[in-house]
Design a protein around this ligand. Structure first.
Ligand code: NAP
Length: 279
């Protein structure tokens, strides 16, 4: 007689709101491809309920979670161990539930770098990089960007003090400085411009700095969409050499989470194609 099948391992993404997330689709494709038996759900959780929702999910047999906006910084308080990259980012996007403890990790930085260096085959050595935005995503990508040995990283943010805080933290390990959006009009152009604001998601168009872009500038939007994002359209209109949305980063950071949970790294090339075709 056959015994009961083992319970399916449960994962999910917690955010607020979270209905737009493509993570369930990506992880289901990974699971199919690597023949892993798992479920992955969307979990909309308000900030005040975050701690209890994580505890409940774990009690019910959950094995791990992705954590997204607006919980990435807050969740660092709720884990037993932080990985080096999560600690440097001050933000967590992946929780791994072990028998006795919870580990918080951050795969955003490595996800971006894999897209830039492996998928897009870019060389950042000696380049001048401008990052627009100074939120959780920016915190997660600065150290991996510095590892690629750029000449400089400039962070521009609507709220200058937030950019200044990041510049202060990260300038201990590399050439990082902070500016106001308006100040960029007086600066020369950059080799790479990375949009890490959430403005486009909310349909807002900040005063993106035209002077930051020339016909050799590579523009990368961490945001992604069914059509071009406001930033990627704007960058193309300014004559940037390339204007790419963050689908690659999304799939690569997910693959790193999957690796942490399941011990196997999916083939991201196939899934990235499937995501952008079906998007
Ligand atoms: P966050 O912590 O909430 O930070 C948002 C940033 O956007 C802040 O710097 C904020 O400036 C700025 N901002 C928002 N609205 C703005 C506006 N109208 N004008 C100018 N600046 C504005 O968010 P996050 O976690 O850093 O995420 C940022 C974006 O990256 C999101 O769209 C997220 O979806 C995307 N992301 C993508 C991936 C991927 O895998 N592709 C991974 C991570 C994040 P203030 O400080 O002035 O408020």
């Amino acid at each position: 007689m056959e015994g009961k099948p083992p319970p399916v391992d449960r994962y999910g993404v917690m955010g607020y709101p979270v209905s737009h997330s493509r993570s369930p689709a990506i992880h289901r494709l990974f699971a199919l491809q690597t023949k892993q038996n798992l479920e992955y759900d969307l979990l909309e959780v308000a900030p005040s309920k975050l701690e209890s929702a994580i505890k409940r999910f774990r009690r019910k047999g959950g094995k791990g979670l992705n954590i997204t906006v607006p919980h990435k910084a807050e969740v660092t308080r709720l884990v037993d161990h932080l990985s080096t990259r999560a600690s440097s980012a001050g933000a967590v996007n992946t929780l791994v539930f072990r028998d006795d403890d919870i580990v918080g990790d951050n795969t955003d930085g490595i996800g971006l770098m894999r897209d830039l260096l492996v998928n897009l085959k870019l060389d950042l050595t000696g380049s001048n990089i401008l990052i627009l935005g100074a939120g959780g995503a920016t915190r997660g990508i600065i150290t991996p960007l510095l590892d690629a040995e750029p000449e400089s990283i400039t962070i521009a943010n609507r709220t200058l003090p937030k950019a200044r805080i990041l510049a202060e933290i990260f300038s201990a390990t590399g050439p990082v400085s902070a500016l106001r959006f308006e100040d960029l009009q007086h600066m020369s152009s950059y080799d790479f411009v990375i949009n890490a604001t959430s403005a486009g998601v909310k349909g807002e168009v900040p005063p993106y700095p035209e002077s930051a872009i020339n016909d050799k500038t590579f523009c990368y939007d961490l945001s992604y969409g069914l059509q071009s994002t406001p930033f990627s359209s704007w960058a193309a209109e300014q004559g940037a050499a390339n204007s790419v949305m963050g689908w690659g980063m999304l799939v690569e950071q997910a693959a790193e989470s999957f690796l942490l949970w399941r011990g196997v790294r999916p083939d991201t090339e196939k899934v990235l194609k499937q995501m952008t075709i079906t998007a």
